[in-house]
Write a protein that binds this ligand. Structure first.
Ligand code: UGA
Length: 434
């Protein structure tokens, strides 16, 4: 099976590499010359555990190649996966499909008759139909089967998620496309459910899944607020409801609000898609609002611990990325937090195991960048844990306390045991726990 993947971002690179790992011949295409040159040398542009070794092994085995242009490779492809970005469009929040359509045009002009053109990128409901109409209009001689195959992998655990997904979903409207996709995913059949459906259903499944997970998080975060007021422990509530299989225990970890390149973008695009179909997705709308407010309120949580006066105070931040095991800062709660702390005159000292380079591009000189957690806490009036990196759990809190100007610890990820931390002499607050 010859596969071409267009776009070497998170999804494209992981998808291409994993298909190669499953034994297929894969060519990953990206217009970004320096990225392709780097990938050929084994330089992985993102931090994703295990990906570098897998790229190296499959490239060495000759199953995984990186090129800058479709011409010369797409002509042989049985399946062409489009995995380019669909960023939020300015103004209306809808997905910007310009890169998808550019890839469709290029592929349609060159692909062999009978090839399957699959959108892996997250695209709004109806995009598959638009792609079909576009090809029929602009490339009437092309015989391509359009399909949708949304991806559900998470950053930080992308390889495991790809190789052992709960389900693989694809939407097709032609038996040939269904046959090709079934063959591609056949190696995963033992570990997951392969669900074939209609194209528009596959497109909606992707948005509905992300919106539902975002809803779970926003919900437990509001319950956490109630727990703080009512003197209860949100982790007990999450466990108590999560044990009900109808609810499930996952994605009930209260925290600083969801971020990343997917939930914020996809919930907005889903809302806009709803509008286009004349449907008011009011629950999703409320989730977006609740999450935005949560992120905007983080600075207040810190201010509260130091008499509501942040001016001239040193605040240490441990973690800047939107979650652990990634270097991705997109829509991270840390962005709202840093901006607000800065507006209120705080001095910000921060450390993140992988996110420092990206953070520098976003925050510039608003932040003092530190090489270690200990360097970040020096003379700080408050310390906030923003990202749940494992290494923070092993920080020597006794040492931290002696280094700080005042022992205020705000644990936005509930990493620490409240009793233990308070016994060490910290004034401690966390999320949804007294
Ligand atoms: C998410 C989905 O989980 C993937 O299934 C999907 O494929 C991906 O978006 C995508 O559409 O491409 P990702 O954004 O990588 O994956 O990260 P998640 O692990 O889902 O976390 C998203 C945000 O929710 C993070 O800020 C995280 O800290 C937060 N979160 C997650 C919580 O606050 N509580 C939880 O219990 C879980």
């Amino acid at each position: 099976m010859q596969i071409v993947v267009i776009g070497t971002g998170y999804v494209g690179l992981v998808t291409g590499t994993c298909f190669a790992e499953l034994g297929m011949d894969v060519v990953c295409v990206d217009k970004d010359k320096s990225k392709i040159e780097g990938l050929r040398k084994g330089i992985i542009p993102i931090y994703e555990p295990g990906l570098d070794a897998m790229v190296e092994a499959n490239a060495a085995a000759g199953r995984l190649k990186f090129v800058e242009a479709l011409e010369g490779v797409v002509e042989q492809a049985d399946a062409i996966f489009i995995a380019v970005g669909t960023p939020t469009r300015r103004g209306d929040g809808y997905a910007d499909l310009q890169y998808v359509y550019a890839a469709v045009d290029e592929a349609a002009a060159l692909a062999k008759s009978g090839a399957v053109l699959v959108t892996k990128s997250t695209v709004p409901p109806g995009t598959g139909a638009e792609i079909k109409a576009r090809i029929a209009d602009k490339y009437p001689d092309a015989v391509l089967h359009v399909a949708s195959n949304p991806e559900f992998l998470r950053e930080g655990s992308a390889i495991g998620d790809f190789m052992r997904p709960d389900r693989v979903v694809f939407g097709t409207d032609h038996p040939k496309a269904e046959h090709v996709l079934k063959e591609i995913y056949y190696p995963l059949e033992d570990n997951s459910t392969i669900f074939a459906t209609e194209i528009i259903a596959a497109e909606i499944i992707k948005y509905a899944a992300n919106a539902f997970l975002a809803t779970k998080i926003a919900f437990i975060n509001e319950v956490a607020d109630l727990c703080e007021a009512a003197d209860a422990n949100v982790q007990d509530i999450a466990r108590g409801i999560g044990l009900d299989h109808r609810i499930g225990s996952k994605f009930l970890q209260a925290g600083p609000g969801y971020g990343g390149s997917c939930f914020p973008k996809d919930t907005l695009a889903f809302l806009e898609a709803g509008k286009r179909f004349g449907v008011d997705l009011s629950i999703v709308e409320q989730v977006v609002k609740s999450n935005d407010e949560r992120k905007d309120g983080l600075a207040d949580r810190i201010a509260k611990t130091i008499d509501d006066d942040l001016s001239g105070k040193t605040i240490a931040l441990l973690g800047l990325t939107f979650k652990a095991d990634t270097d991705d800062m997109r829509e991270s709660p840390a962005i709202n937090l840093v901006n607000e702390l800065h507006n209120r005159g705080a001095i910000i000292q921060a450390y993140d195991p992988q996110g420092m380079e990206e953070a520098k591009g976003i925050f510039g000189d608003k932040v003092i960048y530190c090489d270690t957690a200990y360097c970040a806490v020096e003379n700080a009036h408050a310390l906030a844990v923003v990202t749940e990196w494992n290494e923070f759990k092993a920080v020597n809190l006794e040492r931290v306390k002696t280094m700080m100007a005042a022992p205020n610890l705000i644990d936005l990820r509930n990493l620490f045991d409240p009793q233990r931390v308070r016994e060490l002499g910290f004034s401690y607050s966390s999320i949804g726990r007294s």
